[in-house]
Each structure stands twice: as structure tokens, then as C-alpha cells.
Write a protein that binds this ligand. Structure first.
Ligand SMILES: [Zn+2]
Length: 602
């Protein structure tokens, strides 16, 4: 039995294939222990004649088929293979003499492993900004691999998707069992798909840094922008639809995220009715010829990446059918508003946390007029998973602490205007008061009772947990924090006889241990960090904008559209207010906020 089968599909690259094969035949590996299988995928450049002339010492076969694409050619090669292990290469991968030996070493240590090595740029590749981009890509990959500590389990899905498809070796049986490449994903991300399927099947990935195979990279900028970018767009869509877990990693998920400048760029890219390519290419060519100067090098690299991105977003919109469709599937942004107390303010309580009922009504009327529709936390989770089911302008309304007043004003008003909401309950104080604020020097409000919670749950209001006793979860012990999360969830679930999936961190405070545990016991958890949520946003660190009495509908407009306020950020103020301050400072702060609140609510 042979030990290794090297699989090489090829299409019209006779001379390069010759170099590739010479490097494989020259392996420091017993010739009897490996075979090379080439599948010629419809080449008409004399490849077959070249292959007929070869007489290597190792096993060697080639098959010819009419052009059917890379995945099909890889599958044919796999069917032909007889080795226990297969090494996947391409016709432009020049391997180091030790490659097979390095791969074998790892497989002899552990069973059922996928071993992959780096694929740096071959020094003979024609120099250009395009090939330099490959080097940058490899560097980013290795940096991230180091950062994520990505060897062995638990391995990130990211690695499975983006580990080089070539220079991978794996027991042949595993590939055959899995059905190898999906031929439907013709020429786009079929290798990423295979990686994800292997990962889902429980195969462990192992990075072997000295199993090196060089990429002979001869693509031009036109190849990259005009041929490769459309394939990437189609691949990203197909992969995201096939593997929902991949959606947040997709390049298309970037549509809704990033800096304001970037979002404007992406919006423009998707919405432009014409191609910018003719304008952008000439300066790129100029920068490319001046690339020895760092400044031009950077500018050229950036321009090349802009050109590719423009093409990818444009093509993605074309494939999905419309720009709107692309946004609906990948680019939604969700504003979440956090109210606390809605009702008449009480002397001695935190003024910033009380919204007068008439102002609240103005907010809701305005939301309705502007076309916003409320969604539930479950709606957002579903969209993140499969990209469907959101209204064009979604908003999530939340209320922290479950003050009793909201049953009098806010909840009936929401019902009247056709909105839903999610209320976060401090389960240790149901039917009591916000005693945690009293300890910090504030007067108190009554909280909702069990009957009220049950009544409103039956009216369609959603409830989430907000801990048992409202502690600062970042300041208590891990054990205590876990207890707060778990018990508040279970107590609320028992009271309302339904599954509780959402949590809000008291004071918006959390640390890594708290979010890790929240991920285990809830589907999503809300902070008080300002901003909009998108496909990239961690579901246990969802952003929310706190709304106070000073927020007019103009503020709302800023928050919903851009995720930022016109006024200084309220959570910062909450933190200040909720520190036990000397009473003089406290009075000073309250006075200040009182004035502003009075002005804007007029
Ligand atoms: Zn709270």
C-alpha cells in the first residue's frame, strides 16, 4: 500500500505544471511510498503531450477530462488515489523538497488529522503590487493564527474556512467519507466549504510551519478585479447560505460594520450604477510602477483592495438580485434603545433614568412615522443565522429593571402603537423596589409584581433576565456572577413558564468571564455601549443606546441612523451618577441635568 497520493488538478498551465511536478518528483521521500495523480481539466495547450513524456521514479498517473472545474477535477483525482494519505496541491504550487516528509511526521503522531502548511509567495513570481498582496494575505493569516492560538482543538471556524486549501494533507478515507468537494460550488470557495465540512465533522486541524509549499503567483490586477472578485462574491454568498455559522466571518458581513467612513464607502460601492474601474485603474498602474517608494506602495495596495471590494459588493448585489436584497441579507444594522423608568420623576431619584410619559409617546409616534418596526431578540438571532425575516427598519426597544410605572404608561402605549418590547427583570426584587439604587443614595421606585410580569408576558411583551440582585458583575467573584446569571434566568423561566434567552448586564458592566458564561446560558446579552449592531456584533455584547429625559426625537434620529448621540453619552453619565458621590457633587450634577432636561422636553 502506498502511503501518500499527491493530487494536482490543472488547466492550461503546461510550463508551470512542469515546474510543479519536477518539485514533487524531487521529494526527499522514498519513491515507492508516494504517487502523483494529475487531472487535466480540458487543457488544450499541450499539457497532455508534456505529461506523456515524464518518467518519474515515484508512481505517476494522469487523467484527461473535458473542462468541468476545479472541484470536479479534485474529486476525480481523489477517486483515483490509492494512498492512505492525500496531499492536495495545485498546478502553481512549488513544494519544498521536505514537504511530504514534514506532512508524514505529523500524521504519524496523531490519527485523523488535517495537516496544513504555509503557502508563501515563490520568489520567481513576477513582482508587482498584486503578488505583494498575496504576501500580505499570508502574513495576516499567520498573525491571526498565532493570536487565536489556533493549533489543535478547540479550533475556530475561521481557521477551517481560511486555512490554505492547498498544501493540506489528510487521510484519504476521511475525504471519501465526506464526499470531497461540492461540485455545485464551482470555482468559488469550494475549498473553504470543504474545510468547514471537515471541521464540522470533528476533524482536527494542525498547522505545520515547516511544511512549506510556494505559490507561484502570476495574476495581474485585472485577473484579480475582473475574474477573481466576482468569484469571491459568489463564493461568499454560497458559503454563507450553506453554512450559517460562516455568515459573521463573511466579507459581506462587513457591509454593516466598521467605521462611518468605511460604511459610506461600502454603501457607495453597492449603490453606484456604473463601474469606477476605469477611473481607478490608471492611478493604480502608476503606483505599481513606483511601488519601491513606500508611500506609493501603500497607496497602490489600498487602491487595489478598493477596486476588488467595489467589484465584490457590486457583483454580490447582482447575484442576490438587488442592492436592497444584499442589504437585507447581509447588511442590516439594528439599533437597540434602552429605557429605564417611564413615568413621573420622583425627587431624589436618578433623573437621567426617568423619561416622562409624554416624551415617551413622542418617541414612539416618531418611530412609527419614520417606518421603524420593533423586533424581538429572537428575530435578531434568526436573522444573524439565516439572513431573513427582518423588516426594512428594525428597532429593538428594551426596558431595564422592570419598574412598575412602565405597566401604567409605556407598555399600554406601545401596545396602542403596535410596538413590542423586551423588559429586563431583577428577579430578586420582583414586587419590591430598586433597593440597589437606594444603597447608592437614590430614592426608590416600585418594581413590577409577579402578576404584572405574567399579565404582560401574555400580552406579548418579552422578558429577559437582569441578574438577581443588580450587582456590578465585573466586580463580584466569577462564582457569584455565574450564580446571578443562571438563577435569574431559571427564576424568571419558572415564573413565566417560558424559555428565557436574553440578558442585560446591570450598569452595562461585564468582563470576559461574564460574557463567556452569558454565551453558555443565554442566546444574547445587552451592554450599554452605544452603537448599532450588525452581523459582526458579538451576540453577548450587543450595543444599546440609553435614552433619557433629555433625548428629543432629533437625538433618536442620530442614534437610530448612525448609532451615536448628539449629546454626551448617557451611560457615561449613569456611571458617574451611580458612584456614591459626595452629596454636593451629586446635587450639582442633578441640577445641571435637570436644566438640560427641562429645555429639551419643551
Ligand atoms: Zn438595571
Amino acid at each position: 500500500m502506498m502511503k501518500f497520493s499527491v493530487l494536482i488538478p490543472t488547466y492550461n498551465r503546461r510550463d508551470l505544471l512542469y515546474r510543479t511536478l519536477s518539485a514533487v518528483f524531487a521529494q526527499e521521500f522514498p519513491a515507492d511510498d508516494f504517487e502523483v495523480i494529475v487531472v487535466v481539466d480540458g487543457s488544450d495547450d499541450g499539457t497532455v503531450a508534456m505529461l506523456q513524456s515524464l518518467r518519474p521514479r515515484c508512481g505517476f498517473r494522469f487523467l484527461y477530462q473535458p473542462n468541468r472545474g476545479l472541484p470536479a477535477a479534485r474529486n476525480v483525482a481523489l477517486n483515483e488515489a490509492q494512498g492512505e494519505l492525500v496531499l492536495i496541491l495545485d498546478d502553481d504550487i512549488l513544494c519544498a523538497p521536505s514537504l511530504l516528509r514534514k506532512h508524514t511526521e505529523q500524521h504519524s503522531h496523531a490519527k485523523d488529522l488535517l495537516v496544513f502548511g504555509p503557502v508563501p509567495l515563490h520568489p520567481d513570481s513576477p513582482p508587482s503590487l498584486v503578488s505583494e498582496q498575496w504576501t500580505m494575505y499570508c502574513k495576516h493569516f499567520l498573525d491571526r493564527l498565532k493570536r487565536e492560538n489556533g493549533c489543535g482543538p478547540p479550533l475556530k471556524l475561521w481557521l477551517a474556512a481560511s486555512a490554505p486549501a492547498v498544501n493540506r494533507s489528510i487521510p484519504r478515507r476521511l475525504l471519501v467519507d465526506l464526499g470531497c468537494c461540492d461540485e455545485e460550488m464551482k470555482d468559488c470557495h469550494e475549498d473553504w466549504d470543504l474545510g468547514i465540512r471537515l471541521w464540522k465533522a470533528g476533524v482536527r486541524f494542525h498547522f505545520q510551519p515547516d511544511a512549506i509549499a510556494y505559490h507561484f503567483y502570476a495574476k495581474s490586477d485585472r485577473d484579480l478585479v475582473e475574474k477573481e472578485a466576482p468569484l469571491i462574491a459568489r463564493g461568499e454568498i454560497a458559503l454563507s447560505r450553506k453554512h450559517p455559522e460562516y455568515r459573521p466571518l463573511s466579507m459581506l458581513a462587513q457591509m454593516g460594520s466598521g467605521s462611518l467612513r468605511k460604511r459610506i464607502f461600502v454603501d457607495a460601492a453597492v449603490n453606484l450604477p456604473f463601474s469606477f474601474e476605469r477611473v481607478l485603474r490608471p492611478p493604480f498602474l502608476a503606483f505599481n510602477s513606483l511601488r519601491m517608494t513606500p508611500m506609493f506602495n501603500r497607496a497602490g495596495a489600498r487602491l487595489l483592495s478598493y477596486r476588488s471590494s467595489l467589484k465584490i459588493y457590486n457583483e454580490a448585489a447582482r447575484v442576490i438580485g438587488s442592492r436592497k436584497g444584499l442589504k437585507a441579507e447581509f447588511g442590516m444594522r439594528l439599533p437597540v434603545l434602552a429605557y429605564h423608568h417611564v413615568g413621573d420623576s420622583r425627587p431624589g431619584t436618578y433623573r437621567d433614568l426617568s423619561v416622562p410619559p409624554d416624551l415617551f409617546e413622542r418617541h414612539i409616534k416618531w418611530l412609527r412615522r419614520m417606518g421603524y418596526r420593533s423586533i424581538s431578540p429572537a428575530d435578531w438571532v434568526r436573522w444573524c443565522r439565516d439572513g431573513t425575516g427582518l423588516p426594512p427598519k428594525p428597532v429593538l426597544l428594551t426596558f431595564d429593571d422592570a419598574f412598575a410605572d412602565i405597566t401604567k404608561y409605556a407598555l399600554p402605549m406601545l401596545q396602542h402603537y403596535g410596538f413590542g418590547a423586551t423588559v429586563f427583570v431583577v428577579t430578586g426584587y420582583i414586587g419590591g423596589t430598586n433597593a440597589w439604587d437606594k444603597a447608592r443614595g437614590s430614592a426608590i421606585h416600585p418594581l413590577m409584581t409577579s402578576e404584572q410580569l405574567r399579565f404582560w408576558a401574555n400580552q406579548g411583551i418579552e422578558f429577559g433576565a437582569h441578574s438577581r440582585t443588580h450587582p456590578d458583575l465585573a466586580a463580584v467573584s466569577t462564582q457569584a456572577a455565574e450564580d446571578e446569571l443562571l438563577r435569574s434566568r431559571d427564576e424568571l423561566a419558572a415564573l413565566l413558564e417560558r424559555k428565557i434567552t436574553a440578558f442585560a448586564y446591570p450598569y452595562g458592566r461585564y468582563n470576559e468571564a461574564v460574557t463567556d458564561f452569558a454565551r453558555k446560558v443565554f442566546e444574547l446579552a445587552f451592554t450599554t455601549e452605544q452603537g448599532l449592531n450588525n452581523l459582526n456584533t458579538d451576540l453577548v455584547r450587543l450595543k444599546r443606546s440609553c435614552i433619557g429625559p433629555q433625548d428629543s426625537v432629533v437625538d433618536l434620529e442620530f442614534l437610530l441612523r448612525w448609532g451615536m448621540g448628539r449629546l454626551p453619552h448617557l451611560p457615561a453619565k449613569i456611571k458617574t451618577l451611580r458612584q456614591p458621590l459626595p452629596s454636593v457633587t451629586r446635587r450639582f450634577l442633578r441640577g445641571k441635568y435637570f436644566d438640560r432636561g427641562a429645555k429639551s422636553s419643551n
